[in-house]
Design a protein around this ligand. Structure first.
Ligand SMILES: [Cu+2]
Length: 309
């Protein structure tokens, strides 16, 4: 009814949703109908003198007790759907889910990393949730699960059993800045033997990806806006940057500069001074207070290193 139904939590969540929607719809229709009837029945022409009702105990008891029963009913279905979400089975597969502006990444027990979440079919999976910068929210509509990812919050988790093979969307459900709407990933449910084979293959990182400069760029979330593969994101790509000619806007005038050490440092400390043509100003903060001179040196070292393939 609401798209794919791919986890053990679908039934409980959908039931609670339907019950609450149903009660809401009942009152919407009921109250609107009563309002129309009252407007007709008690308008001034038909009913010139208003009647004052002073005490009506049974009515007062009714409008306290009936809504109480209704909200407790809604609470009950919400609670029985929610309670198991907080009780991850002890044998669940542990995977680390990390959010940062503006991407999700996943780390498996053996050190394997990936940008899509791969999980085995019909096995409980526990995601330990982390954020590197600000509050994000991990949301898989097909699984009916959503949980905030809060920086420095300990033991934050969600769990599920995938009950359908296939690919499902992961979305960030907490507005987190300019590229929030692009902060998406995929969860792929595959048979257990395929999963075991996949997770056992740990790709070696390239030497360039192991450089300290790259670590600094990643940890400061630079790579969220500056791609390393040449694609255009919020800011210009890092690929092929060092030593290249750049057309920039300085004080409203267009000029061409060479991307050398000085240019890179200046771009990190005062991003809007020489704005690369085709990009918008005011989107990047100054990292003058954040990055030390050694960090800048490491970043330049990284940018200077040619790609291996
Ligand atoms: Cu986000």
């Amino acid at each position: 009814m609401f798209g794919p139904e791919a986890s053990n939590f679908v039934e409980g969540v959908d039931k609670a949703f339907f019950i609450i929607m149903g009660i809401g719809a009942f009152f919407l229709v009921g109250l609107t109908t009563l309002m129309v009837i009252f407007v007709i029945k008690y308008n001034k022409k038909r009913h010139p003198n208003a009647v004052q009702i002073k005490e009506y105990l049974s009515l007062e008891i009714a409008w306290i007790v009936i809504p109480l029963i209704i909200v407790m009913f809604m609470f009950y279905y919400g609670y029985i759907a929610y309670k198991p979400m907080r009780e991850a089975p002890a044998d669940a597969l542990n995977i680390k889910a990390i959010a940062k502006m503006w991407e999700f990444s996943f780390e498996y027990a053996n050190g394997k990393e990936s940008n899509t979440l791969i999980v085995p079919f019909n096995k409980p999976v526990k995601l330990n949730l982390f954020s590197r910068d600000i509050v994000h929210s991990f949301y898989v509509p097909a699984f009916r699960i959503k949980e905030d990812m809060v920086p420095d919050l300990k033991d934050n988790f969600m769990w599920f059993i995938p009950t359908e093979l296939g690919k499902f969307d992961i979305l960030c459900a907490e507005y987190c800045g300019v590229r929030h709407s692009y902060m998406m990933s995929t969860v792929e449910v595959i048979p257990e033997d395929e999963y075991n084979a996949w997770v056992a293959k740990v790709e070696k990182k390239s030497l360039k990806q192991e450089m300290k400069g790259f670590e600094i760029l990643k940890n400061n979330a630079c790579t969220g806006c500056h791609s390393i593969d040449g694609s255009k994101l919020v800011g210009p790509s890092f690929k092929g940057l060092y030593g290249a000619e750049r057309t920039v806007i300085t004080d409203g005038k267009e000029r061409t500069v060479k991307a050398d050490d000085e240019y890179i440092k200046n771009s990190i400390f005062s991003p809007d001074n020489d704005l690369v043509k085709g990009f918008n100003s005011g989107l990047m903060r100054s990292y003058k207070e954040v990055l030390k001179d050694e960090d800048i040196k490491e970043i330049i070292e990284y940018l200077k290193t040619p790609d291996e393939n």
